[in-house]
Design a protein around this ligand. Structure first.
Ligand SMILES: *[C@@H]1O[C@H](CO)[C@@H](O)[C@H](O)[C@H]1NC(C)=O
Ligand SMILES: *[C@@H]1O[C@H](CO)[C@@H](O)[C@H](O)[C@H]1NC(C)=O
Ligand SMILES: *[C@@H]1O[C@H](CO)[C@@H](O)[C@H](O)[C@H]1NC(C)=O
Ligand SMILES: *[C@@H]1O[C@H](CO)[C@@H](O)[C@H](O)[C@H]1NC(C)=O
Ligand SMILES: *[C@@H]1O[C@H](CO)[C@@H](O)[C@H](O)[C@H]1NC(C)=O
Ligand SMILES: *[C@@H]1O[C@H](CO)[C@@H](O)[C@H](O)[C@H]1NC(C)=O
Ligand SMILES: *[C@@H]1O[C@H](CO)[C@@H](O)[C@H](O)[C@H]1NC(C)=O
Ligand SMILES: *[C@@H]1O[C@H](CO)[C@@H](O)[C@H](O)[C@H]1NC(C)=O
Ligand SMILES: [Cu+2]
Length: 592
């Protein structure tokens, strides 16, 4: 069934373009009951990606293809060598700081691949005194759990001097980032962009690439976390913020600058790589057409400001249709979402070719500060979630501060269901799986989901802690899956009141969503990817303080463990030879 509305929707500048996507829109009760995440949209096999046909891809794949169901395999492997070093040679905002850089730069190189490629990253840990491990945020790691990069869960950390080759397929397309998952190490600089080229829900001419927005601390974040976790300091404020790795400060520095050509449309891949700050972002005079939330393509909508939680991504299109000149891009910290109310308003510059030199004089549109997610996020694909009542309907995950358990020595802890995650780096959960044993400690905060193909529903609720209560929003991130956001609200979830309002009909789908302060977040996902997948708050302090659970999904069919490689074992052997006998520093938090 062809829809002319859809045709024009895709080909904004040229509604007559022949390559359209046939849509099978009809839904019947059977489909709803089958509750499949499968899109009913069908790919156009004969259409090529170009500035006016971004919905197309190739060989029968297009924006209509739900990548959880189907993805191309190109046979191509893109290879990167990444080396982490401990350097004092960088000053991203003019103020020098010891940085754990990737290939000598911050942020690290953007990894770029096409949809369906294999990505092979050879990581070398050249730090003197830390382990490491790289996580590919939002990457599904379909049947490749050992490549997820979470020390103590899917691998042992890489000891100083060690090397690991991560190999996985880009089954999704869009924008993300990679970062260290070794305690709070990413805040020291171990981050980079991840760009997977594929189709899009709106057209553009030029892809500007990834654009990271982050808070920035002059003091070592390992030290700050230690002081915080032991109650010696309160939550620290950021010293500055960085846009794509650059900003000005009292010591110099410079604004990140991009040049635009009048009349062209640009895709910008916004990534929030913060430790503890929520930003609202905007480009003066240039509204954003938003086309993705995290990896998931959405029906485009236009907005002046986007609110971004940590770990979240939005791909936006801007149209260079304003007077030739220079314009501020703004990222403003939202007060009340965390701690960093000061030093948080950071800027960069978009300047038209031919504009006069000098800083912009443009002014922002007004907006209201907030700590909640974007609400206009309708996934492009149709997804119908079974709405129960089901046997395994709702399970509660209660989030609270100071729950008594310790994330290895912390005084301040966060927990889920009154338990703080505390992994043992030298005994990753996948080693228990391989050994066929299940005597992991309760501090692994492990929830087994043994059966494949089932839907699980979670009410994540922020509850009172003991002896104190802190109500703040938490960006909740799940590995190995996108989840569906069935609903969110303030106060305590009440089944009799709130259940009827949950959305099962094409709800927002993504991999990071905000749990509101003192409120609840209802999510669902289906067990369709065997592995040990952590779900955690992406505020680095909270993850270190134990705000995480791990799901051990379909344990008996985790393929990458049953054939776990000699190389995977060797990483553990190398780690065992280093830690704790030779290590200068020991683990003093949750480890993730
Ligand atoms: C980085 O270098 C500093 C200064 O030499 C040192 O104190 C610190 O232990 C090093 N960190 C790591 C992880 O190697
Ligand atoms: C990592 O290195 C930093 C110094 O650069 C240190 O403060 C921290 O304790 C180290 N952490 C671990 C677990 O090695
Ligand atoms: C941001 O920096 C990354 C890595 O250095 C680069 O690939 C990307 O193109 C930059 N983005 C923009 C919008 O300039
Ligand atoms: C990044 O996320 C954090 C925490 O969710 C948030 O405080 C901050 O404002 C976000 N930054 C941007 C640029 O959206
Ligand atoms: C410029 O482009 C934006 C976004 O597409 C649009 O909303 C706006 O109307 C355009 N303005 C002009 C002056 O053409
Ligand atoms: C519910 O969970 C139990 C135990 O995990 C499992 O045996 C059962 O098959 C599940 N049933 C449904 C309908 O999800
Ligand atoms: C906790 O830290 C102590 C020493 O700081 C160490 O001996 C112990 O192995 C750690 N426990 C975990 C679970 O990492
Ligand atoms: C797995 O078995 C090996 C060999 O018996 C043992 O050394 C190791 O500690 C076991 N690992 C776990 C996590 O039980
Ligand atoms: Cu949190």
């Amino acid at each position: 069934m062809h829809s002319s509305k859809t045709l024009c929707f895709f080909a904004l500048a040229s509604c007559a373009v022949a390559s359209i996507i046939p849509l099978k829109q009809e839904r019947d009760d059977l489909q709803v009951r089958q509750a499949t995440s499968t899109s009913t949209k069908v790919a156009d096999p004969a259409c090529t990606n170009s500035p006016l046909t971004r919905s197309c891809w190739s060989n029968g794949f297009s924006i209509a293809t739900d990548f959880d169901v189907k993805f191309p395999t190109t046979g191509k492997t893109v290879k990167y060598n990444l080396e982490i070093t401990n350097t004092s040679a960088l000053a991203p905002d003019g103020t020098p700081r010891q940085i754990m850089a990737i290939n000598g730069q911050y942020p690290g190189p953007t990894i770029i691949a096409d949809w369906g490629d294999m990505i092979e990253v050879t990581l070398k840990n050249s730090l003197q005194n830390n382990g490491t491990g790289l996580h590919w945020h939002g990457i599904r790691q379909y049947h490749t759990n050992t490549e997820d990069g979470v020390p103590g869960i899917t691998e042992c950390p890489l000891a100083p001097g060690d090397t690991k080759v991560y190999t996985f397929q880009a089954t999704q397309f869009g924008t993300s980032w990679y970062h260290s998952h070794f305690s709070g190490q990413y805040a020291e600089g171990v981050v980079g962009g991840l760009q997977i080229n594929g189709p899009a829900t709106a057209n553009y001419d030029v892809d500007l690439g990834t654009y990271t927005i982050s808070d920035w601390y002059y003091q070592s974040t390992f030290q700050l976390a230690y002081l915080l976790n032991n109650g010696i300091i309160g939550v620290p404020s950021g010293s500055n913020g960085l846009i794509n790795g650059s900003m000005v400060s009292a010591n110099g520095g410079k604004y990140t600058t991009n040049t635009l050509t009048s009349g062209k449309r640009y895709r910008l891949r916004l990534i929030n790589t913060s430790v503890d700050n929520h930003f609202a972002v905007s480009l003066d005079n240039h509204p954003f057409t938003v086309i993705t939330s995290d990896f998931v393509p959405i029906k485009p909508y236009t907005t002046n400001w986007i609110f971004m939680g940590i770990g979240q991504r939005y791909d936006v299109i801007i149209t260079a249709n304003q007077t030739v000149g220079s314009y501020w891009f703004r990222a403003e910290v939202q007060s009340g979402c965390g701690s960093n109310d000061n030093n948080g308003n950071i800027k960069s510059i978009f300047t038209y070719a031919g504009a006069a030199a000098g800083d912009p004089t443009s002014t922002p549109t007004t907006y209201t500060q907030r700590c909640t997610d974007e609400t206009s996020l309708v996934p492009f694909w149709d997804s119908f979630i079974p709405s129960g009542p089901l046997v395994n309907f709702t399970q509660n995950l209660d989030v609270a501060i100071n729950i008594g358990a310790t994330a290895n020595g912390s005084v301040i802890t966060w927990g889920i269901n009154f338990n703080s995650l505390d992994v043992v780096w030298e005994k990753p959960i996948l080693e228990y799986v391989k050994n066929g044993t299940s005597d992991w400690p309760t501090s692994e905060n492990l929830i087994a989901l043994p059966n494949a193909g089932e839907w699980y529903y979670w009410i994540i609720q922020e509850v009172a802690g003991s002896p104190i209560t802190v109500s703040i929003p938490h960006p909740i991130h799940l590995h190995g899956h996108d989840f569906y956001v069935l609903g969110t609200g303030t106060g305590t979830y009440d089944q009799t009141v709130n259940a009827a309002g949950l959305d099962y009909n094409n709800p927002t789908r993504r991999d990071v969503a905000m749990l509101p302060a003192g409120g609840w977040l209802a999510i669902a996902f289906q067990t369709d990817n065997p592995g040990a997948w952590v779900m955690h708050c992406h505020i680095a302090w909270h993850a270190g303080e134990g705000l995480a659970v791990q799901f051990l999904e379909s344990e008996s069919s985790i393929p990458s463990v049953n054939s776990v490689s000699a190389a995977w074992e060797q990483t553990c052997a190398n780690w065992d030879a280093y830690y704790p006998s030779k290590a200068v520093y020991l683990k003093d938090d949750s480890g993730i």
